[in-house]
Design a protein around this ligand. Structure first.
Ligand code: FAD
Length: 412
């Protein structure tokens, strides 16, 4: 009987456990997580922090779900190291768990701002349900907020401020939100969305340090030019630090994340990885890539488990990810790898509609849609087909994209 151990009960670890049980009904499956609750919907915790959703619908599995599938779930259990030669996982309680096949699905932890008082009361990071509960409580009693980190997670803090009636200043390092994926035209729409919910973008700014009162509660953020922004709530979302510290000196190949091939296999025998933590071989991109999104993490968990159970490289990971923002009056969707590529095409259609498509070697590798998401399935299809279409960008930028107008696909 094969013993499978999965570290992490996020969506990638949990979907792997479910797949393993289906593919290998007689196996032993252990899932280890250092969180105190089984899988919940990480995407929805922002709605809880906004005060828009109670706790119950956010939970995905209760402990019975694991019992019913004969999956051994260890909550509040931190893995301290692994021994790939002996095939053993060490946990904080001086206990060893042996495995035949191991999946590492440990995701990341928000990076702290390396500035004075970044651990003050009222300064929040956003990753767990516990974080969301604390953010909700803090935002409910706050008057003024500062948000730092001009990316997909930072904007959730801005939305929390808006929904909780907190007056916010969104401090950004450059001249716009998510400058790696959006031009000034696209970003302007997002800035207006922020203003509409009561959050003011502040450009060419940042945090030099936080000020606190005698109780250690944050009272202000001071930017590098000395400008002071009063706040009793601060949201910091400047990136993720991958949870790999327990893997040092194991010989596991890492490159800001765990390196896996398209089968989710690492360089160590019988060790696989899935989810945010991987730097995987993206067969559509033809290169190593990273992905921080729910759908991609779920699919990586499923593919890893399929290959673990099959005892051979049975299925490769092939996926176009997407990430949507629904905080404003207009929808927003990024797909694929919008910050990669060697050229791009973009157009603004109205005050709330904008589109950008990124190409690499003539093929679509990602993009951003604001206001009108209708072309998303066409663009994803072209990505999956790996069609060379960069020279026909005009057709892709027409308000309504007609795939039949494109020149027929050539043999690549
Ligand atoms: C506020 C927020 C909003 C988001 N919104 C969206 C969205 O709209 N759309 C979208 O696609 N994605 C969104 N995401 C991202 C998405 O949630 C992640 O990409 C996805 O959850 C990653 O899943 P994962 O299983 O790889 O990792 P995680 O969910 O991070 O799970 C990893 C688990 O491993 C545990 N762990 C780590 N180290 C150890 C250890 N040593 N021992 C034991 N356990 C350990 C962690 O505690 C954690 O429970 C959002 C994320 C957040 C935080």
């Amino acid at each position: 009987m094969t013993e499978y151990v999965i570290i992490g009960d996020g969506i990638s670890g949990s979907s792997a456990a479910e797949t393993l049980r289906e593919e290998d009904p007689d196996s032993d499956i252990t899932v280890i997580t250092d969180e105190g609750e089984p899988l919940y919907n990480r995407i929805l915790i922002k709605e809880h922090a906004k005060g828009k959703l109670p706790e119950a619908p956010i939970s995905i599995h209760d402990e019975d779900w694991y019992d019913e599938r004969d999956i051994d779930l260890s909550l509040n259990t931190h893995v301290t190291t692994i021994d790939p030669d002996e095939k053993i996982v060490h946990i904080h309680e001086d206990e060893n768990i042996s495995y035949d096949k191991l999946l590492i699905a440990t995701g990341g932890t928000p990076t702290q701002l390396p500035v004075q008082n970044s651990d003050a009361e009222g300064v929040h990071h956003f990753w767990t349900f516990q974080d969301a509960r604390a953010i909700k409580e803090s935002a409910e009693s706050a008057d003024d907020a500062v948000v730092v980190g001009a990316g997909l997670l930072g904007i959730d803090f801005a939305a929390v401020c808006g929904a909780q009636g907190v007056s916010g200043k969104y401090l950004m390092r450059g001249d716009r939100w998510w400058r790696y994926a959006l031009s000034a035209d696209g970003a302007e729409i997002m800035h207006n969305g922020m203003r509409d919910v009561g959050v003011e973008p502040v450009f060419d700014s940042g945090v030099d340090h936080f000020e606190t009162d005698d109780d250690g509660q944050v009272t202000a953020a001071v930017d590098p030019s000395g400008e002071r922004y009063e706040c009793d709530f601060a949201g910091v979302a400047i990136g993720l630090t991958f949870n790999t510290e327990f893997l040092y000196e194991t010989g596991l190949e890492m490159d800001n994340g765990i390196v896996v091939d398209e089968y989710m296999e690492t360089n160590l025998e019988d060790v696989y990885a899935a989810g945010d933590i991987t730097r995987f071989y993206d067969v559509l991109l033809g290169d190593q890539a990273q992905n921080g999104s729910w759908g991609s993490a779920k699919e990586q968990g499923r593919v890893a488990a399929t290959n673990m159970a099959a005892d051979e490289q049975e299925e490769e990971f092939q996926w176009v990810s997407s990430y949507s923002i629904t905080h404003f009056d207009f929808p927003f969707l990024s797909f694929g790898h919008p910050t990669l590529g060697d050229e791009h095409a973009e157009r603004r259609y109205s005050d709330t509609e904008w589109r950008r498509v990124a190409f690499k070697d003539g093929k679509i590798v990602g993009g951003v849609l604001i206001g009108d998401l209708s072309p998303q399935s066409t663009f994803k299809q072209l990505m999956r087909e790996q069609r060379k279409v960069a020279d026909q960008a005009e057709i892709l930028l027409e308000q309504s994209v007609d795939i039949d107008k494109l020149a027929p696909a050539q043999e690549q």
